[in-house]
Design a protein. Sequence first.
Length: 428
Amino acid sequence: MAALIAMFEGYDLSVYGATVPALLHEPGWHVSKEEAGDIGSLVAAGMLIGAGIAGAAGRRLGTRRLLLSGLSFFSLCMLGSALADGPGVFAASRLFAGIGLGVVLPTLTAVVGEMSAPHVRVRNIAITMAGSCVGSLGAPLLGSWLLPDVSFRVLYLVGAAALLTVVPWAFLRLPESPLYLARTSRADEAARTAARFGLPAPQPPAASQPRHRFLGLGPLLRRPLVVTTLLFWLMTFCGLLLIFGFSTWLPTLMQTGGFSIGSALTMTCLSWIGAGVGMVPGGVLADRLGPKRVVTGAFLAGAAGLLVISRGPAGWVLYLCLLMCGFGLLASQAFVNAYLIGCMPADLRVPALGWSLSVGRLGAIAGPSLGGRILDSGLGLEWNFYFFAATAAVGATAAIAVPTGPLGQTAPHRTTTTIGTADSAAAG
């Protein structure tokens, strides 16, 4: 069930990029490339709001109600995108869809983690993330098959199908977290649910413990962590800018370069394949060589692929570069998260990751907007590739600059576990 929910989430994240070429030519809308970039940024802005809502309401509402509410809301917004009668309504629907996605992404990971026995938790999270990759790949595949023969609205109707499929199923079958049940004085129900799923017996709420001031931000901005914290903020800013900016504009860039919309979307699929396929061997290499080298190598591989694509290669060279870009630009953030977790003290890992992703979300907002402005500026198609390549190079430089020593080295045999959860954290 979680994998199916993640599939719709991944589909919604990638469907806008698949439909941008059609939006630019929608009769009566007169959407410029700059405006299309701004609309793409609205999803990331909404996700920032939604993540805050999830953090504030999760303890009060419980993960089940929060997940169902967020899933229903972004499905309705997908329907709104399909029925929009102009760019203003469409932009508003994308903003609100982002809010729903911002609620769903972190909550879904929490649901899977809470409902999984410890010995299968990582496996279950990996299955969930596989659903997200399938959905992200599905939008450009469906677009390459349908566009431009049918309206772009059909692709958004497919995303809205969650309202009639997975939402009723989850409403009927998704259990409430035993932790939430125990916290709300439903101990008997919590014990039955835990026994049904083979979970440890839920413990009563612990006594209040001292918390770091400002949600853990204070220690992160003091020595000896301040330099490491700022470098990871920069890496995450670059990583999320690349994910949202590159995935939004790649189909349009390829079409502007002379390919048909079907061929451009098929090539976009190659980048998502590169991201999904590269994740597992990347995690193995991170275990053996250390995450710093993998993060640096991923960013540089993406930058190199972009520079080669900017020269207009053909055939297998282009396909190889698209795979490299998928690994280096779309998968790099997962490795950044794993690197961060290993560098931080155990009691600061959660706030460190949360603050890093919050700052990085500014990159997710900036990526689509800046890409649209460059494309609309008349500088030439290759300057978009230069911009994203330069961003990847900055990310690689920040990774290299992370201080070595006790705070710059990951604990052994922890990277693979972290990456299992990092992808969803990055998206959230």
